[in-house]
Write a new protein. Sequence first.
Length: 472
Amino acid sequence: MMTKHKNTFAFHYKKIPKRQKCALTVAIWTLVVFIVAISLLQTDMRKSSSQSQLRLNHLSIARELEKIEHEEFHMPPTRRKRSPRAFQRRGNRRPRTAIDEFLDESSDLRYFFFPDSRREYVDPRGILDANNISSTYYYYPGRRWLDTDGNPIQAHGGGVLYVESTSLYYWYGENKNGPSYHTHEKGTTRVDIIGVNCYSSPDLWTWKNEGIVLPGEETNVSHDLHISNVLERPKVIYNEKNDQYIMWMHVDDSNYTRASVGVAISKTPTGPFTYLHSTRPNGYESRDMTIFKDDDLKAYLIYSSEDNTDLHISQLTDDYLDVTGSMRKILVSQHREAPSIFKYENIYYMVTSGCTGWAPNKALAHAAESIMGPWETLGNPCVGGNKMFKMTTFFSQGTFVLPLKGFPGSFIFMADRWNYAELSDSRYVWLPLSVDGSFDDRMEYNFGFSAWSKISIYWHRKWRVPSEFRIL
Ligand SMILES: *[C@@H]1O[C@H](CO)[C@@H](O)[C@H](O)[C@H]1NC(C)=O
Ligand SMILES: *[C@@H]1O[C@H](CO)[C@@H](O)[C@H](O)[C@H]1NC(C)=O
Ligand SMILES: *[C@@H]1O[C@H](CO)[C@@H](O)[C@H](O)[C@H]1NC(C)=O
């Protein structure tokens, strides 16, 4: 059939005079070009309309997350009976503050900071809330958060790593699921080292327990990770060169005098991690710390040093297993800890806390054009809640800032609400953080002279990442 048809066409075409043949060829080509042009234009229009749709969506999402939400709590009337520990902390007759109430396990406000009704758990197993409304994907900062087995998530002082090959997020943090106690009169509350937990999730909300990926050492008392020591703020990055997952963590004795960093490695994100060694980076003390991997694959260790007076930043070796000699002191004499670093449009940002032990304090945001500094302090990034919320980082302390994939300029600020009396029941405070690059904002912020965008962390009693995020 095909051959016959072709022959027929050839036969007729041959019979057409030469000049008309030429005109016909031109006409056919014009038509082809026209059709191609139309279809190109159409795809282009479709693309740009979907792009502007995305931009519109993005704007409405930003408006939603950046809504300013107020929060109220009333200080309870003064009572005579207080827990002896709280009384001791208060010292003489200074009026009680919201922080005193927060730290006092017998306070009437306890429930406000540490709700414990089962109906209020963040539960990924499709359970309805008290009003029979599905609370799927909603973060409720401060509430207990369950994993897919129904157990409270134990990943304190943690950080999140996205792994392309598995399309999963991995949340690493301290397993503090043991009794809180004081080692001696003047010692702070502590929990023995249990190890570093890992959870995996496709959506940053439904977390599956992958177990303890770096356990504490139970018998060898001279081991860095002996259960009587301290392991805090574990963070993991991936090393392309050696195809290894590298974990850095704060390693210390129970009096915080060793002030070192430890390193562990694994071939897979879910471990087990092999502990390598600990060090004082370039000979300096290192307490609260984090690591940051830049776009050019260089990585850095940022740590509180010199009795928490300064932060230091040290570049890591190419295998990420040690520091190089390249080191700078930053935020000198500012007494900052709990650093978390992120980058947006070639500017580096950092959120830090003050140094007040387990008690919450005011966060500060900082910015720099080069990661090695100079770093400039921008101010308190907390927005909404109330005055006390803003002065206490929403009664929590930052640990990590996670970029929201597909939403440039949008991040999740991850923080810990430390439960001083019972550290295992410390809560997670995850909130939207945005880098607000609008020119008007900059003008207002710093009389038009600053090159820095504004960093804002918005309080929400309940919020979720845009549904578009889960499709991407
Ligand atoms: C929720 O659903 C349960 C079971 O269907 C029902 O018994 C209960 O009254 C409902 N609660 C509310 C607040 O609607
Ligand atoms: C105990 O730990 C130390 C320090 O890591 C190590 O040198 C030593 O070999 C360990 N001892 C045993 C019996 O494993
Ligand atoms: C911590 O300090 C206390 C009091 O100074 C002391 O008794 C204890 O031995 C110290 N512990 C360690 C592990 O250094």
